[in-house]
Design a protein around this ligand. Structure first.
Ligand SMILES: C[S@@+](CC[C@H](N)C(=O)[O-])C[C@H]1O[C@@H](n2cnc3c(N)ncnc32)[C@H](O)[C@@H]1O
Length: 438
C-alpha cells in the first residue's frame, strides 16, 4: 500500500508538475495510513525526489539505455526501487520483488521484465560504488554535485559564494529535511507554549517534531510555522534604527514574515501594510494577520505602488526568487529549476527593490530578502539598484543580527543550513538617506 501511494504521488510530481510537499500531504490525508506507513511514503517520495538526478544516471547505466527510451511510469517505478535499494538499505530481494509487483499492478505485466532486470543490476552495487561508476571522468565540481544529488549549476552557484572547504557540507545539508519550526505571533503567544526546543538564534521560535496543528497556539492562529531564517530577517528589519512611521511588506504572500512584522509593529505602536500581487495569496496574508484583529492587506502589483512615496519607516522586500535556499524543504525543486529561472526574475527583483526604496521615508530602512544564496538575485540586484540611485546607503546587516555567528557576506547577511540550521536566506539592509528627496 505505501509503495503504491508513493508511486501515485511521484507520478503527479514528475508527470503533472505537482509540488512534492503539497501532493504528499493531500494524498496522505486521503489515504489515512498509520503514522509509520505515512512516514514510509514520505521517505520514499521525498528521498526519491531529492536524489532523482543521481538515480536517473544510475538507472541509465544499469539499463544501458537512456530514460527517454522508457515509459515515464516505468522510470518512476525504477526510481522508487533504486531509492529503496541504495538509500533505504531494504533487503535486495524484498525491494526488487515488491517493486516488480508494483509495476505489474500499476502499469502492467509486460513491464515486469525490464523492471526486474534493471533493479537486479542496480542492487549489484552500493550507492558509493555506483557513484564511483557514474562520476568517472567528471571534474571535481561535477563529481561533488553528483555525489550530493545536486545539478551542477546549483552546486556551482553555492560554490560561488562559499569557501571551497564548506561546499560539500552545504550541499549535504540540503539533503536533510528540517524539523518543523514554529513561530509565535508577538504579544499573543509565548515560545514556551510552542513546546519543543526554543530556536537558538531567533527569540520567537521553537523546533518541534510532529504535526504543528497539535499545538493549541498554532490552531488558534497565535503561532505559525516559519523557518528560523525567515524569523531572523524579519527581526533584523524590525530592530534596525529608523524614523517613526508605518511599516510596509511589499511581497507579503502567504504572510509568514508579515505576521511577525505586524506583531512587532504593533508592539512599537505602529502598523504594517501588507501588499501582495496575487489575490489568493493576499487572502492567505489576511488569514495570517486576522488574529491581530485589524489587518491592513492589499492585493497590488508592488511595481506600481498603491501607496504614496516616502511614506514608510521600514519596508520588507521579500522578492520572488528561485528558492534555491529552501532545497531542504522542497525535495524536487533542484531538478526542476534552470539557470534561466534565476536571470528571468532579476528585472522584477530590481523593480521591486527600487519601489521599496522609494516607498521608504527619509532615514527609513529597507530589507531586501531572498530565499536564495545565488549571486545574481542577491548582492548583484542590490548593487545594481543602489548604484543607480543617489539616495541610498548600504547598512551593515550583520550588526542587526549580532547573535548570529558567521553570517557576514560583505555588508550583507547570508544564512546557511550547514552553518545556522536555517534556510539559505539573504538579507541586505538599506537606508534611504535622510538629506536627499527624489
Ligand atoms: C518570496 S514570496 C514572499 C513570502 C512572504 N514574504 C512570506 O514570508 O510569507 C514572494 C511573493 O511575491 C509575490 N509577488 C510576485 N510578483 C509581485 C509583484 N509584482 N508585486 C508584489 N508581489 C509580487 C509572489 O506572489 C509571492 O507571494
Amino acid at each position: 500500500m505505501s509503495r503504491a501511494v508513493a508511486f501515485e504521488v511521484l507520478r503527479q510530481i514528475t508527470g503533472e508538475g505537482a509540488y512534492a510537499n503539497l501532493a504528499l500531504s493531500k494524498r496522505l490525508a486521503k489515504a489515512k495510513l498509520s503514522a509509520r506507513d505515512a512516514a514510509l511514503v514520505t521517505e520514499l517520495v521525498a528521498g526519491t525526489c531529492r536524489a532523482m538526478g543521481t538515480y536517473d544516471r544510475i538507472i541509465e547505466a544499469a539499463a544501458g539505455r537512456p530514460l527517454t527510451s522508457m515509459q515515464p511510469a516505468v522510470v518512476d517505478v525504477l526510481r522508487l526501487g533504486t531509492h529503496q535499494l541504495l538509500a533505504m538499505r531494504s533487503p535486495a530481494h524484498a525491494a526488487v520483488g515488491a517493486t516488480v509487483e508494483l509495476a505489474k499492478q500499476r502499469i502492467g505485466r509486460r513491464v515486469t521484465g525490464i523492471v526486474n532486470a534493471v533493479l537486479r543490476k542496480v542492487a549489484a552495487r552500493s550507492l558509493e560504488e555506483w557513484l564511483d561508476v557514474i562520476a568517472d571522468g567528471l571534474d571535481e565540481m561535477g563529481a561533488l554535485a553528483l555525489r550530493n544529488h545536486h545539478p551542477r549549476w546549483v552546486a556551482e552557484s553555492i560554490a560561488d559564494v562559499l569557501p571551497h572547504a564548506e561546499v560539500a557540507d552545504a550541499l549535504a545539508a540540503n539533503n536533510v529535511a528540517p524539523t518543523p519550526t514554529l513561530v509565535v505571533r508577538p504579544g499573543l503567544a509565548s515560545v514556551e507554549e510552542l513546546g519543543g526546543t526554543a530556536t537558538s538564534l531567533s527569540p520567537f521560535g521553537a523546533v518541534r517534531e510532529g504535526a504543528p496543528s497539535a499545538v493549541a497556539a498554532v490552531r488558534e492562529g497565535r503561532a505559525g510555522v516559519q523557518d528560523e531564517g525567515s524569523q531572523l530577517v524579519a527581526w533584523a528589519l524590525a530592530r534596525s534604527a529608523g524614523p517613526e512611521g508605518p511599516w510596509l511588506d511589499l511581497c507579503a504572500g502567504p504572510g509568514g514574515k508579515a505576521a511577525l512584522l505586524a506583531g512587532l509593529a504593533r508592539e512599537r505602536g505602529t502598523m504594517l501594510l501588507a501588499s501582495e500581487l496575487q489575490e489568493h495569496r493576499a487572502q492567505l496574508v489576511r488569514n495570517a494577520l486576522a488574529v491581530y484583529g485589524e489587518a491592513h492587506v492589499v492585493a497590488a502589483d508592488g511595481t506600481r505602488p498603491a501607496w504614496p512615496q516616502a511614506a514608510f519607516a521600514k519596508v520588507m522586500a521579500d522578492v520572488p526568487c528561485s528558492g534555491l535556499g529552501a532545497l531542504r524543504r522542497r525535495p524536487e525543486s533542484r531538478w526542476r529549476r534552470h539557470p534561466e529561472d534565476v536571470t528571468e526574475l532579476v528585472p522584477l527583483q530590481r523593480a521591486l527593490l527600487d519601489v521599496a526604496l522609494s516607498s521608504a521615508l527619509p532615514g527609513g530602512v529597507v530589507a531586501y530578502v531572498t530565499c536564495s544564496p545565488h549571486r545574481a538575485e542577491t548582492r548583484e540586484v542590490v548593487e545594481q539598484v543602489v548604484g543607480a540611485r543617489d539616495d541610498v546607503e548600504v547598512l551593515d546587516a550583520r550588526s542587526a543580527l549580532p547573535e548570529v555567528p558567521d553570517a557576514g557576506l560583505g555588508p550583507y547577511v547570508q544564512l546557511w543550513p550547514h552553518r545556522h540550521g536555517t534556510d539559505a536566506m539573504f538579507l541586505a539592509l538599506l537606508r534611504r538617506r535622510p538629506e536627499v528627496r527624489r
